[in-house]
Write a protein that binds this ligand. Structure first.
Ligand SMILES: *Cc1c(COP(=O)(O)O)cnc(C)c1O
Length: 393
């Protein structure tokens, strides 16, 4: 058994990263300034988007963007319940209605057909999620949205570095990336919206900072012109430079990070093929580059003799950390009690919500670490099988 704990995720922070944060602290300018501009420019260049806007989190950007798109009372927003609660929560807080669609059982991605069936005259927006770093079928979903006259905003929290049919996510449509510490690159907390819509970009920029007028020149200088006036009441969700510098330093390492994650996933795939009842997600069938943000398996109790809680506990006692991404939003207390119409009506989401488990996958993991995880799973399940056999005897 391992002598040290292996978490399911750990950010890659180098001594140079730490020194660079120190430099920002010593510079005398620690809030939004040149490092945020640098980060926005790097993300725009990487994705090919015309505009990139950084803020304090992916959730903050979802809030700002929904507000900028005018989502309000009675507006329907179509998206999966199999996502992080931040998106459904923002829709509710703005007075909108979440219209949850089921996901594909083995990729956890929303489909164009399910979205098409959920759109009504009240639908204002569709928010597909590039789950675990795999892209949704963007061409098909975009076609449904444009045929029905509905906007699309991608939840790309898992998808920095993901490609769909050779195109980087975030370059063709509006997309929100997260820079939370578990994501593929991080700024401690943070997020970036990419868009080609100049009006949306300008509105999110000003909503990010009190609703003050911003022009291109303000991006190039520290702080803002003191004469700037409120154009509309806004929020306070600007990213500090002391955070931005970390993601600025990580962006050039993104491909190397993904390559390491991909190697770990390759080991898991090979070695888990021998283990009944621990079932990885499928990759999508369309051409793509997977960012390997999360390695998710389903614990199928009928096949492995143990439920998810028991497997996670067994791994924990063997010094292996795991996570759940995610418990379906519609099954959580507030949604169950206030939006009960979804309970029982999203079968693939509910089946997975009860069984998914995220195994450790991060760039600094070694091949031995991945093998330790698989060995610990086998030992845990062997315990279950011998208990069952003992019970029968
Ligand atoms: C992490 C995450 C978010 C929110 O990002 P934060 O930066 O943590 O606010 C949104 N959607 C999904 C699917 C996520 O995993």
């Amino acid at each position: 058994m391992r002598s040290t704990f292996l978490p399911f995720c750990r950010p890659s922070i180098s001594e140079e990263d730490i020194a660079a944060i120190g430099d920002v602290l010593r510079s005398g300018w620690i809030t939004t300034g040149p490092k945020v501009v640098e980060l926005e420019d790097l993300v725009a260049a990487r994705t090919g988007a015309k505009h990139a806007i950084a803020a304090t989190s992916g959730t903050a950007l979802m809030h700002l963007t929904l507000q900028a798109m005018g989502i309000g009372a009675g507006d329907e927003v179509v998206g999966p319940s199999m996502t992080w609660v931040s998106t459904p929560n923002m829709v509710e807080l703005l007075g909108g209605r979440n219209i949850f669609v089921d996901v594909d059982r083995d990729t956890l991605l929303v489909t164009a057909d399910a979205i098409a069936a959920a759109i009504t005259p009240r639908t204002k927006l569709v928010i597909p999620v590039h789950y675990a770093g795999a892209p949704v079928d963007l061409d098909a979903i975009r076609a449904v949205c444009s045929a029905r006259g509905v906007a699309m905003l991608e939840d790309a929290a898992h998808a920095i570095g993901t490609q769909y049919k050779g195109r980087e996510i975030g370059g063709d449509d509006s997309a929100i990336f997260s820079l939370h510490p578990i994501k593929n690159i991080t700024s401690g907390e943070g997020g970036v919206l990419t868009t080609n819509d100049a009006e949306l970009a300008a509105r999110v920029r000003r909503l990010r900072f009190h609703g003050l007028a911003v022009d291109a020149n303000d991006r190039r200088q520290q702080g803002r012109s003191p004469q700037a006036e409120v154009q509309e009441p806004g929020f306070k969700q600007n990213l500090p430079d002391m955070n931005a510098i970390l993601a600025v330093r990580q962006m050039p390492r993104l491909d190397a990070f993904i390559a390491r994650r991909d190697a770990i996933v390759g080991i898991y795939r090979t070695r888990l093929a021998e283990v009944d009842g621990i079932v990885p997600l499928d990759d999508p069938v369309w051409s793509h580059k997977h960012a390997r943000h999360l390695f998710v398996v389903r614990v199928d109790e009928r096949a492995c003799g143990m439920d998810r809680v028991a497997v996670m506990d067994g791994l924990k006692t063997r010094n292996i950390g795991t996570g759940i991404h995610f418990l379906a939003a519609h099954g959580q207390k507030w949604y169950r009690e206030n939006r009960p119409e979804w309970v029982g009506n999203l079968p693939n989401t509910e089946w997975n919500s009860a069984r998914i488990c995220t195994l450790p996958c991060f760039p600094e993991m070694t091949e031995d670490d991945a093998c330790d995880v698989v060995d610990a799973i086998k030992e845990t399940l062997a315990g279950a099988r011998s208990t069952v056999a003992g019970g029968i005897r």
